[in-house]
Design a protein around this ligand. Sequence first.
Ligand SMILES: Nc1ncnc2c1ncn2[C@@H]1O[C@H](COP(=O)(O)OP(=O)(O)OP(=O)(O)O)[C@@H](O)[C@H]1O
Ligand SMILES: [Mg+2]
Length: 391
Amino acid sequence: MREEILIIHENEVLLVSGPASVRRFEGEVYCLGRKITDYPVIVRKGRVLPFETPKYASVKILLSDEAYYEFQNENIGCKIWENDVKKYVEKFGNEINKILILGSTDSGKTTLTSYLSNLAVEKRLKVGIIDGDVGQSDLTPPAFIGSKVITEGIFDLRDLIADNIYPIGIINVANFEKYIIKGIIDSLKYVKDVDLIIINTDGYVDNGGIEYKLNLAKEVNPDLIFITSGEKLSKAFLEKFGNKVEILKPPSGINKSKIIRIARREMQYSRYLVTAEKSTVNINEVKVGFLGMKFSPFGTGEYSMRLIDSFEELIIFDSSMNKLGITSKAMEKMFVGIEKEGKIKGFGIIDYIYQDKLRMRTTLKPPFETLWFTSIKVTDSGERKIKVTLI
Ligand SMILES: Nc1ncnc2c1ncn2[C@@H]1O[C@H](COP(=O)(O)OP(=O)(O)OP(=O)(O)O)[C@@H](O)[C@H]1O
Ligand SMILES: [Mg+2]
């Protein structure tokens, strides 16, 4: 741990990579459009936060051994968006009630979501955030869509606890687009009575990703679409949605490595399992779910699940028959969402399956109504994906 006092000038941005904490020392300091007070801002591990000032300021920062900071002058911080965003801010809550955020991976979508939320909250608006990025989820663990209503400023979406959690089950969007769209539309129900809804999305914007985002926008019907990057995406959206689209500058020089992305996901799984304990459930006594649909293990009802025999770890969804097939091997170490009283209230990892019993680790106590499957295993050596076949 080391402490330093740093001076920030008008035309520079201080970038702090966590774990660290930053406190105002003198002058006006902003982080993601929110003014920082003498209360410290926590920069989590794997996260970089920008600190800016309109004039001159200084901050006191406490850095862990892994943390570092740097100053940059160009194309970074929220100033890069300020002018393009400002003209809309006065319309927030009246003409503009729903914003869709699109852009490729690492283009600043999550940062922009926080920035816009802070600008709206500053105007005393109530903001509903829908985190539709199942690969790099902030409000929930990966593979789920979280929604949250806020009335106070934020520095990190990961500090919030979602009001509602919609189960998807996969983290790679291609081929599952329609389930994500359905999940985002469903999540809109939980951000009612707000002045502004902000919908963040995943970074899949090439090839099929464009078509998917166009369909999503058609369904969501936003008043404004911010695009943080992606030439083809921008072109397609300007053609279809014209005056609703604002193309923003992407921040420069940012490149989360694949390793950091996985590490950030793993932190999100473990965050929900800190106090997990062992529980056993009978597979015949719970429903299971996947892609937002519930399956009954007995084969009754509209949707049914059966255990399949295969040496592979496999989940098969036959959409025309509404049938889910899964191997018990696939379930071992699977990360699951747990529904009680009609809501996802927590998460768990299935340890192993013995006959019709599932032994799991979770922070919740049985009885469980529905176990929401995912295609992710969380093992001692990290995240692993389970093969999912759609037929
Ligand atoms: N305007 C900005 N100024 C400084 N840093 C930024 C800015 N925008 C993003 N960053 C940093 O760049 C990284 C990626 O940003 P962010 O997570 O917002 O992008 P994203 O598009 O949501 O990425 P993902 O595809 O992983 O969800 C983060 O470490 C973030 O702190
Ligand atoms: Mg993001």
